[in-house]
Design a protein around this ligand. Structure first.
Ligand code: 13P
Ligand code: SF4
Length: 310
């Protein structure tokens, strides 16, 4: 195969030739983040997909992110290094079951995490990300019933922050669900000066021990601004690359995972290798497509999110 350096050079040349923009999530491999024009959290990447003048969007993330980019840009070619990189949380929420859940609560609106399929987005009223979930829920009149899915941990966190009751879909992210309270207490005891920071997809028993909870972008900003010199990071460790880059003098400790459930790396994010990134640009495939009726349905709830979080 080609060296990392050679691949980066070729990707850079192809980008100009194709008028392409490369969007990558913070959980991707360091060399992917290096190749990207924009690295961000789900909300920033959706915004970047909406506002750009490129002809081609190359999305290094998981499927729902590239699908959201296509929904916002039907006229553009949207490519993914590996279209098989799906988010298991999104894929765990089946259309028929979600429809039945909605039908069981006809007086509730559905606020849905962006980690969901286009079909679920079409069945929803407003999309949210971990960056804007609390802000969006606060704009809903207090008497209005809310269904929140598919992530129960983010839902529970928003309920705690806002004091609102919501009907939660019982989905979770296997990466964040793997962190447990005992290991958080242990790691804090081992690093008494370090601040524990966590993503809201973690369970409440973990979030309870964190001094800051937020989306990947919010966690990054926090590590830059906080006077602390070291942090225990309870989210996918791919984010340490950007944390170290932005705060070279600080120490970042990945939160330990329970050995009984050793899965704190998002395997799907890591399916985006530099070689596959290069090949998807050469081949202009795999291309992400969305059925037009599905796209229009899902676009409504995504647009409401963008309006409500402006
Ligand atoms: P962010 O929007 O916080 O980047 O989260 C995306 C995600 O998939 C978390 O697991
Ligand atoms: Fe999905 Fe979890 Fe991976 Fe995020 S970290 S993409 S929620 S599986």
């Amino acid at each position: 195969g080609l060296s990392t350096e050679e691949l980066l050079k070729r990707v850079e040349a192809l980008k100009k030739e194709m008028n392409a923009v490369i969007l990558a999530h913070y959980y991707t491999l360091p060399e992917i983040q290096q190749a990207a024009d924009i690295v961000g959290d789900s909300l920033a990447l959706a915004r970047a997909a909406e506002k750009n003048s490129a002809d081609v969007i190359v999305f290094a993330g998981v499927y729902f992110m590239a699908e959201t980019a296509k929904i916002l840009n039907p006229g553009k070619l949207v490519l993914m290094p590996d279209a098989g990189a799906g988010c298991p949380l999104a894929d765990s929420c089946a259309e028929e079951e979600f429809r039945a859940f909605r039908e069981a609560h006809p007086d509730a609106i559905a606020i849905t995490y962006v980690n969901s399929t286009a079909a679920i987005k079409k069945l929803s009223d407003i999309i949210c990300t971990s960056s804007n979930a609390e802000h969006i829920v606060r704009q809903i009149p207090p008497e209005q019933k809310i269904i929140f899915g598919p992530d129960r941990n983010l839902g529970a966190w928003v309920m705690k922050q806002t004091g609102r009751d919501m009907l939660l879909w019982q989905g979770f992210c296997y990466v964040h669900e793997a962190y447990s309270e005992v290991y958080m207490i242990q790691v804090k005891a081992m690093h008494p000066g370090a601040e524990l920071i966590a993503h809201p997809e973690c369970r409440e028993e973990v979030l309870r021990h964190a001094s800051f909870v937020g989306s990947t972008s919010a966690l990054l900003d926090y590590t830059e601004k906080s006077p602390s010199k070291s942090f225990i990071v309870a989210t996918e460790p791919g984010i340490l690359y950007e944390m170290e880059k932005r705060s070279p003098g600080k120490t970042f400790i990945p939160a330990p995972k329970d050995p009984a459930n050793p899965r704190s790396v998002c395997k799907q994010m890591k399916q985006n290798t530099l070689e596959k990134l290069y090949l998807c640009m050469v081949n202009r495939a795999p291309e992400i497509t969305v059925d037009e009726q599905l796209r229009e349905g899902a676009l409504k709830s995504i647009r409401r999110m963008l309006e409500m979080s402006a």
